[in-house]
Design a protein around this ligand. Structure first.
Ligand code: HEM
Length: 277
């Protein structure tokens, strides 16, 4: 009810179809995001007339600065409820971000205390930092897809599907990297911790090519039974294969280790020297 009254007040029914569930959800997300953004600024609350007169326009508002009369007590109450809800959301997000940053900072400080100069070996020991960079690349891969094409031969996948020679196979990175069956029910959430759990090996990701060669040696040449060395190789491989911001296989990005280390080094240097607000 609160959303409908506020929505009708702010956006007008002419601008929005309230029976459209998907659009409604999108609107809620937009309001939530806007709410978090505006919550950090000293602007009048958006349910007050001054908010619109201030010329705020985000595409869904009329933005023409039309004069509003004083709002009713009901509208004010709904506005307060809405504001409270947005603040709870903002507090939750803020506390999550603080936790991540504090853990990162703790990781960096613990290692930097030992030496004054920050070097690659230090960064390689910052497991939480590396995990954070990997988790960012998982949720927001720089490229949306990978492509593969078998030029000469048809390719039969394990599932039995045959991809004809010459057909371009597109791998949608976002879908693979947010696959619940691979990453768990919280696949859509930012959680660097997942890379520190024992069945995901950051070293394996950083040294992916080496990892594949080792895997080949262990599983095929020596024909060692799976898990004989205490690690479930099929799980390791599957997890690593569902982490593809730098591609996979013989055509994987040659710069991937450099990139992860360079980003980690930059973040470590920044967080070590500056307080980020
Ligand atoms: C954030 C930075 C980067 C991202 C997200 C990225 C991502 C990728 C991706 C997705 C591929 C295709 C892999 C595949 O098809 O399996 C690729 C290929 C490649 N990348 Fe990167 N890359 C980055 C930075 C770099 C840097 C810094 C270098 C050089 C030092 C580099 C060198 C290459 C090369 C040479 C290939 C082609 C490899 C081949 O076809 O054999 N990349 N990269």
């Amino acid at each position: 009810m609160a959303f409908n009254i506020i929505g009708a007040t702010l956006f007008g029914d002419a601008f929005f179809d309230w029976s459209d569930a998907a659009a409604y959800e999108e609107l809620l997300m937009m309001v939530a995001k806007d709410g978090c953004f505006w919550a950090s600024y000293a602007v009048p609350p958006f349910w007050k007339p001054g908010y619109r007169r201030g010329g705020v326009s985000n595409g869904m508002m009329s933005g023409d600065g039309a004069a509003e009369g004083p709002h009713s007590a009901e509208e004010e109450t709904c506005g307060s409820i809405m504001g409270l809800m947005l603040h709870v959301l903002a507090c939750f997000n803020t506390s999550c971000s603080c936790c991540f940053i504090l853990q990162l900072y703790a990781d960096i400080v613990a290692i930097c205390n030992e030496s004054s100069e920050l070097n690659i070996d230090d960064v390689l020991r910052m497991q939480y930092l590396l995990a954070t960079v990997c988790e960012s690349a998982r949720l927001l891969p720089a490229g949306p897809l990978l492509q593969r094409c078998s030029l000469e031969h048809d390719l039969t996948l394990e599932s039995g599907i045959t991809v004809p020679a010459g057909a371009v196979l597109v791998v949608p990175l976002h879908l693979v990297q947010m696959d619940n069956s691979m990453w768990g029910s919280d696949a859509g959430q930012f959680n660097p911790q997942r890379f520190l759990e024992k069945d995901v090996d950051i070293g394996g990701i950083l040294h992916y090519l080496l990892f594949l060669i080792l895997l080949l040696i262990v599983t095929e040449i020596l024909a060692a039974p799976k898990g004989s060395n205490g690690i479930d190789l099929s799980t390791e491989c599957a997890k690593t294969e569902s982490f593809l911001p730098f591609g996979s296989g013989s055509r994987a990005c040659v710069g991937q280790k450099f990139v992860i280390l360079a980003i980690s080094m930059l973040i470590a240097s920044l967080l070590r020297n500056y307080e980020v607000r």
